[in-house]
Design a protein around this ligand. Structure first.
Ligand code: R5P
Length: 256
């Protein structure tokens, strides 16, 4: 892999793939990884791969899953169209919005990082799991079931891409080791607000945990209020301490 001075991406396959069944593992974030992914798919087909499974641990562009305003691109559909041009099958992890999967015409398997994340939090002695908003409730509930502890959720109002407000709610978190669990952390605003509420209510420690750690625009500073931040390895980052390799390998072994 190389990047030219103008930012264009170059890829070259060094291994023999003629007649092989290949799994290409690449998240579609940030944008240059999307291009890299498409170039690799093309090269694999060109070099005679017999079949190609697109393993996309973090499937980006899942927020723009429909046309909210006239003239907008349906980004997740555009991405799906290009991926399935060269792939026979896709595997992804905890997609932000399941509607996105309907845009694929190839079999797609969705696996979850909830099991490994729950096991990690259990090992860290977490006593309660909180979802920072209603949407994240399904993750929090599933993680709490693995971590074997109670769960609850907060209510959030999103003002804009950078600003969120968390409504006050009485929680039984006094002197407890609490984890806030979300599918994605981007700017960290959602988690930081929730962490503040938990600390104000007397939580002993607050761990921020997510499946996909995007961490942009000062997220690290915003998350300094947390005692620990942990993510799975769907994206590379310094806190990707929980692996989803197990569920992905299992899905690869199974027929779709
Ligand atoms: C929202 O629907 C997601 O589950 C996350 O809560 C959100 O993407 C987190 O964004 P941020 O870290 O920028 O608050």
């Amino acid at each position: 892999m190389r990047t030219f001075p103008d930012g264009e991406v170059y890829v070259r396959l060094l291994d023999e793939v003629q007649g092989e069944d290949v799994a290409l593992v690449q998240s579609t974030y940030p944008n240059d990884k999307v291009v890299e992914f498409f170039l690799l798919q093309d090269a694999l087909r060109e070099m005679g791969a017999r079949s190609l499974v697109a393993v996309i641990p973090y499937l980006g562009y899942a927020r723009q899953d429909r046309r909210f305003k006239e003239g907008e691109a349906i980004s997740s559909r555009a991405l799906a169209k290009r991926i399935e041009l060269d792939a026979d099958r896709a595997i992804t992890v905890d997609v932000h919005n399941e509607r996105v999967l309907d845009y694929f015409h190839i079999p797609v398997t969705q696996v979850s990082g909830v099991g490994p994340l729950g096991a990690y939090l259990k090992g860290r002695g977490v006593e309660m799991v909180l979802a920072p908003d209603m949407n994240a409730s399904r993750f929090a509930r599933a993680v709490a079931s693995v971590a074997d502890c109670p769960w609850d959720y907060l209510e959030k109002a999103r003002i804009d891409a950078w600003t969120v407000e968390t409504k006050a709610k009485a929680l039984r978190v006094q002197r407890k080791h609490v984890a806030i669990v979300d599918d994605v952390i981007s700017t960290g605003g959602t988690i930081a607000n929730a962490a503040r509420v938990l600390k104000e209510q007397g939580a002993a420690t607050v761990t921020a945990a997510c499946i996909h750690g995007v961490f942009v625009g000062g997220a690290t500073d915003r998350l300094a209020i947390c005692d620990e931040v942990v993510a799975t390895d769907t994206l590379p980052n310094p806190v990707a301490n929980v692996t989803v390799a197990g569920p992905i390998a299992e899905a690869l072994r199974r027929k779709p």
